[in-house]
Design a protein around this ligand. Structure first.
Ligand code: ADP
Length: 259
């Protein structure tokens, strides 16, 4: 039996096709989120080349910020529950998840069966989110996918004191005009993102294993700063953007089997 999990985020749309609630058969990520043509393009991509067609899907569950925007869905479930379920499937030892996406940060404490024990979320402001990093990358004329490489070359990291995105942008412009290295500014920015995120994480029970998820987990600089700060291993999955969509596909499978 095939089920589909879709995660429509603020920055990207992800889809996972699962077989029998176990095997991931196909998955796609499009860097265009809710309110864009991203979700439609994602579905076209999923079914364009077969072998599975839309008619073969037993159930579709949608999660993410834009989860109510897809009319063809059979159900919607929150990102917190889907993230916990998806991560548990991919990394069964995970107990604390830090999810940094386009416009929010979530710290989730999960139980041994993938159930949510507690969670904390910052979705009130862009500070410490992917949007913060994207804004700074733009000011420095660097593609966000290269931020990790720049970070790696930093020898004398700069302290970025503003957490507010607007003030931090001015601070970065000022640092650039003082001829500070982009590498050192970037390491400072990644440290600032991590210190902001840890404020949320310290409210959870902080059990190991720790996992970093969301698009920002693709940024090696943020991962490095987090490992340094926690002084413990931090795991990421092979495709850190798709775990909530995996969870949605698993919920779809459970619901289809209850019918
Ligand atoms: P959402 O679920 O809210 O749509 P994502 O989990 O897709 O957001 O995260 C989006 C963020 O991930 C972007 O704002 C960007 O900072 C970061 N990101 C996306 N792709 C990459 C990449 N290749 N390298 C580094 N960072 C990335």
């Amino acid at each position: 039996m095939y089920t589909l999990g879709i995660d429509i985020g603020s920055a990207s749309s992800k889809a996972v096709l699962m077989e029998d609630g176990e095997k991931i058969r196909r998955h796609f990520v499009i860097q265009a989120g809710t309110g864009t043509s991203g979700p439609d393009k994602l579905l076209d991509l999923m079914f364009r080349d077969g072998p599975v067609s839309r008619d073969d899907i037993a159930r579709t569950v949608v999660t993410g910020y834009g989860r109510y925007s897809l009319e063809s869905a059979d159900g919607q479930i929150s990102e917190i529950s889907c993230q916990a379920k998806g991560i548990h499937h991919l990394l069964p030892g995970a107990r604390t998840v830090l999810d940094i996406g386009g416009q929010d940060v979530k710290a989730i404490s999960i139980g041994p069966r993938g159930n949510v024990l507690s969670f904390y979320m910052n979705d009130k402001c862009a500070a410490g989110t992917g949007r913060f990093i994207d804004t700074m990358a733009k000011v420095m004329e660097i593609d966000v996918s290269q931020m990790g490489d720049y970070d790696e070359k930093s020898e004398d990291p700069v302290t970025v004191s503003s957490t507010c995105t607007v003030f931090a942008e001015s601070e970065v412009i000022s640092l650039l005009s003082q001829k500070k290295n982009k590498e050192d500014i970037i390491r400072g920015l990644h440290r600032s993102v991590v210190s902001r995120a840890l404020g949320l994480m310290y409210r959870t029970s902080m059990e190991e294993d720790f996992v970093l998820t969301g698009g920002v987990a693709l940024n090696k600089g943020v991962l490095r700063a987090l490992k340094e700060e926690l002084d413990r291993p931090v795991y990421i999955t092979e495709e850190p953007q798709i775990s909530a969509a995996v969870g949605a596909a698993l919920f779809a499978w459970e619901q289809a089997n209850k019918k």
